[in-house]
Design a protein around this ligand. Structure first.
Ligand SMILES: NC(=O)c1ccc[n+]([C@@H]2O[C@H](COP(=O)([O-])OP(=O)(O)OC[C@H]3O[C@@H](n4cnc5c(N)ncnc54)[C@H](O)[C@@H]3O)[C@@H](O)[C@H]2O)c1
Length: 271
């Protein structure tokens, strides 16, 4: 059921790679809630072609942009403003990749060129994206910007490697931009810290299936599905949350506040 929460709003959504992507669910729901959107992804992801289907379903155009390239991002926001007929009310950053994690390099044996790429793709890109939007004068006052994070920013998860550092930086960037865009322009900036989810980025992590199961048993509500993550993000884009900013918001079924569930205790007893 749609509520018209984003009726008349314009947005930019990054990171929809395939139907499993969190960004895909957000884009589909934003469209259903009445928004007009521009989709973006790295040129290499666009060549895989699945995003065309989403564009068709949501009546959107796609503007390719490598999120590590300022010029691409400025073109994205200039193009979005032109296509949508005005500055955007919301932006989703749903981008993450670590060459070290992907190639199995553990935290005590990092390749530093790849480490820089991890930080650039997964965190600095958030800063770049917002700065490009500001420079192109393409962000509407009173708007809302969200990036997706993970609790490895606060606690160690063995297989998450240098992505943990990227997420900590991402959350800090959200706070800093939240201050700078809040004071005069009332634009809010938040991160949503999502449960482990079966997506392309998620399943690239070593031991992901086990981590997914662990998180499920440690979350009173269970792991939060990506469709529900989209619902939460839409509420943050809507006018219902105009005074929420500079926060890292857990969307994790209660995982972040749980010490031990009875299921985990019972499991220990059987070993
Ligand atoms: N899947 C999980 O378990 C989980 C949990 C918490 C947070 N997150 C975060 O959610 C976000 C979205 O990931 P997802 O799980 O939907 O996976 P996904 O693989 O579907 O999305 C990741 C996206 O990042 C894009 N990307 C990578 N490099 C890029 C670049 N240089 N420029 C532009 N785009 C680039 C990819 O093309 C892809 O669309 C990421 O930030 C991820 O860390 C995921």
């Amino acid at each position: 059921m749609a509520y018209g929460l984003l009726k008349g709003k314009r947005g930019v959504i990054s990171g929809a790679l395939n139907e499993q992507s969190i960004a895909w669910k957000v884009a589909a729901l934003a469209h259903a809630e009445g928004a007009r959107i521009v989709l973006t992804n790295a040129p290499v992801a666009m060549r895989m072609g699945e995003i065309d289907k989403l564009a068709e379903e949501t009546g959107s155009i796609i503007i390719g942009a490598d999120a590590t390239k300022d010029e691409d991002l400025e073109n994205l926001f200039i193009g979005a403003k032109e296509n949508l007929g005005g500055p955007v009310d919301f932006v989703l950053h749903s981008i993450g990749m670590s060459p070290n994690v992907r190639k199995g390099r553990s935290y005590d044996n990092l390749n530093y060129d790849w480490y820089k790429q991890t930080l650039d793709i997964s965190a600095l890109s958030f800063h770049r994206m917002i700065q490009a939007g500001v420079k192109a004068d393409a962000l509407a006052d009173g708007g809302s910007i969200v990036a997706l994070s993970y609790i490895a920013a606060q606690r160690v998860f063995s297989g998450y490697g240098d992505m943990a550092d990227a997420k900590a930086l991402l959350e800090s960037i959200a706070r800093s931009w939240g201050y700078h865009l809040g004071t005069e322009r009332k634009i809010r900036v938040n991160t949503v810290s999502q449960s482990p989810s079966m997506t392309t980025a998620g399943s690239g992590i070593k031991g992901f299936a086990e981590l997914f199961d662990f998180a499920r048993t440690m979350s009173p509500l269970g792991n939060a599905p990506t469709e529900d993550c989209a619902r939460y993000v839409i509420s943050l884009f809507s006018d219902l949350t105009r005074y929420v900013t500079m926060q890292n918001l857990y969307h994790d079924g209660g995982f972040s506040s749980t010490g031990a569930t009875q299921e985990v205790v019972d499991r220990m007893g059987t070993e």
